[in-house]
Design a protein around this ligand. Structure first.
Ligand code: BMA
Length: 824
């Protein structure tokens, strides 16, 4: 098959204007308007509002191409015009003939055009305003959903976040987002390849044999029944050795001594290549070929019953892993700004921070193949939502046909990936539809059940029987049966943050798998500067509030800040403290749940990234800057973790004026081992005063079993002064004496601790920075003027000593260090 890109010579215009401008394809209307100076960057200040007006118009895209780009059509049995992610409400014309009206950006559309092609051709695509479309549909049928999104959004199969979310702007861009091709077919083509693998003994690698069984779809376009073709395949090992060449599709193939694919942290990610070819029997010519990379693994979700209820755990190659990751949202509102390198950088940050999992949330779009390729390479297990979120949908026949085709296409595209961990029906709809939110009653409620508990599981059983299907997130298994149950399924826990509960509130729960919990913060000042003028740089300003999409959020941040830190003196302080709050909140959660490994088997925090510069729950901001949380994540997701459950002011008091008979001041230490080996380690802890002088120093040698969490010890400190004493703790490898994990805890909020000036200094040596402290320094931040440093560690505590970190990105120029200590 010959594939020809139709990406040249495009022009576009607003349909109510006559002038055409140059257009980039693939690309979007917003990007093309910006490139032609017709629109300002919509992320700057409140430009979003002006950009929104521009999306109330229709846009026409036109290109001309000649027959010499595809040769003579006689050479081909059929020619398809193919659109990948055509976004969204569009009419397509070739040489003035209407090919179709499309309206689902999640689908790929193709049209047979052989008979229509001429020597000179004109391709025209008219995009209708998505905002006008949903407005009209809403008038006819007022389907509701989250209020952060423009009314009517459930009517259109367009990534919902594009119409706004509680972290995203209302910028419903459109266009030829991913590509336009001519697929010229000679006689026949391969339309689908599905590779299944069967392990004879996955838990016994020496005896394991993996049998590959392939199926492929051949579409024949020649009327001549005499002409025959054959499908064969070749398997190549990860090191490039060809294991078997050109065997018939119907034959299975046994891989002996298979190299297994593991999630990040549990082993390697070897990838085998399977190339499938379709050839003409009479000439031997290869007519079409498809190449897939696969990882050899079994991938399940265990929902076995136990003493608490039913567990929920990824089981890879027979091993139950503790999922550590975050929720992924689309990386941009202007999709042409997303590319493979940007996605790789983001996902690499995840793997470098010990993530083994990532949840693709249902309000975006099904990620490109690149995304899954990178997850395969990095060992990130993908929890893949189907693209339905926080809304009600009406299951008309037309809607059903549309989403069925959408799911078939995407499942077929994604199902061979090693990283695919599970399919999930939707985001938060069982929970809210069950509570009859968004007017979800009667038919709408029963349409919910039909879609997620009948239609989709049936489709998936047929298309991808190997991958676990879960009807919603959160869910306890469906039927509106207490979807957020603590003891079954996955849960979303938002009482810390939305419910204003203290960070210690996580400790009251033992969720089986937490797929969402989060806390907001402001992005770096450098990121704020990209969308503000100096006069805007106050978090309550008009522009800053335009870049804060959760109404109550600034109040919440300031409320938690008032409980924890001294009053901020500058916007820089607000950013720093807000990031520390966010990092501490999630740390409280993750460490508690890792201590309860077995009962809990996953912490996926909300959210990894941003789609524009904004205050949000993200741990990495729009420009790729790590907030404090990302550094914390690297530490609290460490394969070997020492964590400290302290008791003090935070879990027993609300105010300094509370009358408390006896404040419990204690620590409990735990070690969590998320590796596949038993480890001999030394847990060390010290009680110190505010100068960091050691008052008590103890340690314990222990063996922590593989994939287990161990309780180490409990200590009570009746006589300490909570404003002057703190505890430091560390975990050391018994053989190498390497410090594997460490931290400190206070027994009062940092604002009430009597810090002594740590007199922070630093030196830069090649690609290393050493920070020195004279006394206890909490939450040490190292930053340069551009805030473009990526360090091996940051936002750490120092006990009057030095620490050296590696520079992984950015320049070590104009560096500043600070801690929460404040000089008066
Ligand atoms: C969750 C998500 C998102 C939302 C987030 C923060 O429940 O599913 O819809 O952005 O909370 O409120």
């Amino acid at each position: 098959m010959t594939k020809l890109l139709l990406h040249d010579n495009w022009k576009f215009r607003r349909t109510d204007e006559s002038k055409f401008y140059d257009a980039t394809v693939p690309g979007s209307v917003f990007q093309n308007l910006i490139d032609n100076g017709l629109m300002e960057d919509p992320y700057y200040r409140d430009n979003e509002d002006k950009a929104r007006e521009l999306m109330k118009y229709d846009y026409e895209y036109v290109t001309d191409f000649t027959s010499d780009i595809y040769g003579s059509s006689e050479n081909f049995s059929q020619i398809f015009l193919r659109f990948v992610m055509i976004d969204t409400v569009a009419d397509i014309y070739l040489n003035d003939a209407l090919l179709g009206n499309v309206m689902n950006m999640h689908r790929t559309y193709e049209f047979p055009v052989k008979e229509l092609l001429k020597e000179k051709n004109t391709l025209k695509v008219v995009f209708h305003s998505p905002v006008n479309y949903i407005k009209e549909q809403f008038k006819k049928d007022p389907l509701l959903g989250t209020e952060d999104c423009t009314r009517g959004f459930p009517h259109l199969r367009k990534a919902h976040y594009m119409f706004g979310w509680d972290w995203g702007p209302r910028l419903a861009d459109c266009g030829l987002q991913r590509g336009v091709y001519l697929d010229c077919v000679e006689k026949a083509r391969l339309s689908d390849v599905y590779i299944r693998q069967y392990h004879s003994a996955v838990d016994n690698p020496l005896n394991n044999i993996v049998t590959l069984k392939l199926s492929a779809c051949e579409e024949i376009f020649t009327g001549n029944t005499e002409e025959k073709s054959t499908i064969k395949y070749t398997v190549t090992a990860p090191d490039g050795t060809i294991l078997v060449k050109d065997i018939p599709l119907s034959e299975s193939y046994d891989i002996t001594s298979p190299l297994l694919w593991w999630p990040n942290g549990y082993g390697e990610q070897p990838l085998y290549t399977v190339e499938v070819t379709l050839s003409d029997d009479s000439t031997g010519k290869v007519l079409d070929s498809v190449t897939k990379r696969i990882g050899l693994r079994t991938m399940e979700i265990s929902t076995d019953k136990d003493q608490y209820g039913s567990e929920f755990a990824h089981k890879v190659n027979g091993v139950k892993i503790f999922a550590m990751g975050a929720d992924y949202i689309p990386q941009d509102n202007i999709l042409s700004r997303v590319n493979k390198e940007r996605t790789r950088t983001l996902l690499k940050h995840c793997a470098d921070s010990h993530f083994n999992c990532i949840r693709v949330w249902g309000g975006g779009y099904y990620p490109e193949d690149d995304f899954f390729d990178i997850c395969d390479e990095l060992g990130l297990v993908v929890w893949q939502d189907l693209m339905f979120a926080c809304a009600v949908y009406r299951l008309t026949e037309e809607f059903e046909n549309n989403i069925t085709e959408e799911i078939i296409q995407n499942v077929k595209r994604i199902r061979n990936h090693a990283s695919l961990g599970l399919w999930c029906g939707n985001n938060e709809m069982e929970l809210f539809v069950g509570q009859e939110h968004w007017g979800a009653k009667n038919t709408l409620k029963s349409d919910y059940v039909k879609m997620y508990e009948y239609l989709f599981p049936k489709l998936l059983k047929d298309l991808d029987p190997e991958t676990f299907y879960w009807c919603a997130s959160p869910s306890s298994g469906g039927g509106f049966d207490d979807p957020n149950d603590e003891n079954r399924g996955d849960a979303h826990y938002w009482e810390v943050w939305h419910g204003n509960q203290p960070f210690t509130a996580y400790r009251q729960f033992h969720f089986r798998y937490l797929s969402e919990f989060g806390f907001q913060s402001f992005p770096s000042l450098k990121t704020i500067e990209t969308f503000t003028k100096p006069k805007d740089r106050n978090i309550f300003s008009y522009v800053m509030e335009k870049h804060q999409r959760n109404n109550a959020a600034n109040g919440k941040i300031m409320n938690y800040m008032s409980q924890t830190y001294l009053y901020p003196e500058s916007i820089g302080d607000v950013v720093y403290y807000s990031q520390l709050l966010q990092a501490e909140a999630i740390k409280y959660g993750v460490e508690h749940f890792r201590r309860n490994r077995g009962r809990c088997m996953g912490t996926v925090y909300w959210q990894l990234n941003d789609c524009w510069p904004v205050a949000s729950w993200a741990s990495i901001d729009y420009y790729g800057r790590w907030k404090a949380l990302q550094y914390y994540a690297k530490r609290f997701f460490a394969p070997l973790l020492i964590s400290c459950e302290e008791r003090g002011f935070l879990d027993q008091c609300v105010s300094v004026n509370d009358e408390i008979d006896e404040l419990v001041k204690s620590i409990k230490l735990y070690v969590s081992n998320e590796t596949m080996e038993d480890r001999d380690v030394i847990a060390i802890w010290q009680l110190r005063d505010n100068t960091s002088k050691i008052i008590r120093n103890e340690s314990a040698l222990l063996t922590v079993e593989a994939l287990k969490s161990e309780f180490v010890c409990e200590k009570n400190f009746e006589d300490i002064d909570i404003h002057k004493n703190y505890v430091s703790y560390a975990l050391m490898d018994n053989d190498t004496e390497e410090i594997l994990s460490e931290g400190t805890v206070l027994f009062c909020p940092p604002k009430h601790f009597e810090f002594v000036d740590p007199e922070l200094t630093f030196e830069v040596n090649g690609d290393e920075i050493t920070v020195n402290s004279a006394s206890y320094a909490k939450s040490v931040e190292i930053m340069n003027d551009n805030d473009d440093l990526l360090l091996s560690d940051n936002y750490f505590d120092l006990n009057g000593e030095s620490k050296t970190v590696k520079i992984l990105g950015g320049k070590a120029e104009n560096i500043k260090v600070r801690s929460v200590y404040r000089k008066f």
